[in-house]
Design a protein around this ligand. Structure first.
Ligand code: AR6
Length: 171
């Protein structure tokens, strides 16, 4: 199953897969970081559809079309804000991955790209978030018919190295 996980460096909006995940906020009405990039690249139709969704709770996920992005779908999830680790952050971040992958399977999505949810503005420590991302994806593969390809898209060098070294520990 681990051979279905790929680590790439770059901009998630360039990924030519079936779906990509957006690290959004509870309003689902756009923001900075990867959320801003996704909305810019998708065009105004994405915001229009997001306005019909009535927001999203932390740990949950909602799906839209991809509009001008190369992907067919965008799965929007809201990661937890890091408050030191005692506020159920790990459970909520785990829920993000499980809920995104479940939505993907329910929509017949076979390839999906994830950003490092919560590790930017929301302050989640990168090494801890990265472990949850890979561990939960592998756990999900063990419980479900696996998706063909999961790509973790890393925006910077530290992100890329952390994902590579974490994945290596599972091999
Ligand atoms: N492609 C891939 N990864 C990216 C890109 C990109 N184009 N741009 C940034 N990253 P963040 P969060 C990485 O802050 O912590 C927004 O304003 C970035 O380096 O985008 O979940 C929302 O509206 C980092 O590793 O998301 C929310 O208010 C990772 O994506 C809030 O930020 C996540 O950083 C969500 O905060």
């Amino acid at each position: 199953m681990i051979d279905r996980i790929f680590i790439e460096q770059g901009d998630i909006t360039q990924q030519n897969l079936h779906a990509l995940v957006n690290a959004a906020n509870k309003t689902l009405l756009g923001g900075g970081g990867v959320d801003g990039s996704i909305h810019r690249a998708a065009g105004p139709e994405l915001l229009k559809e997001c306005k019909t969704l009535n927001g999203c709770n932390t740990g949950e996920a909602k799906i839209t079309k991809g509009y001008q992005l190369p992907v067919k779908y965008v799965i929007h999830t809201v990661g937890p804000v890091w408050h030191g680790g005692n506020g159920k952050e790990a459970e909520l971040l785990t829920d993000c991955y499980i809920n995104c992958l479940t939505l993907a399977i329910n929509h017949g999505i076979e390839s999906i790209a994830f950003p490092a949810i919560s590790t930017g503005v929301y302050g989640y420590p990168l090494d801890k978030a990265c472990f949850i991302a890979i561990n939960e994806t592998l756990n999900f593969f063990n419980r479900n018919d696996p998706i063909e390809k999961v790509v973790f898209v890393c925006f910077d060098d530290l992100n890329f190295k952390t994902y590579q070294s974490t994945l290596a520990k599972f091999k």
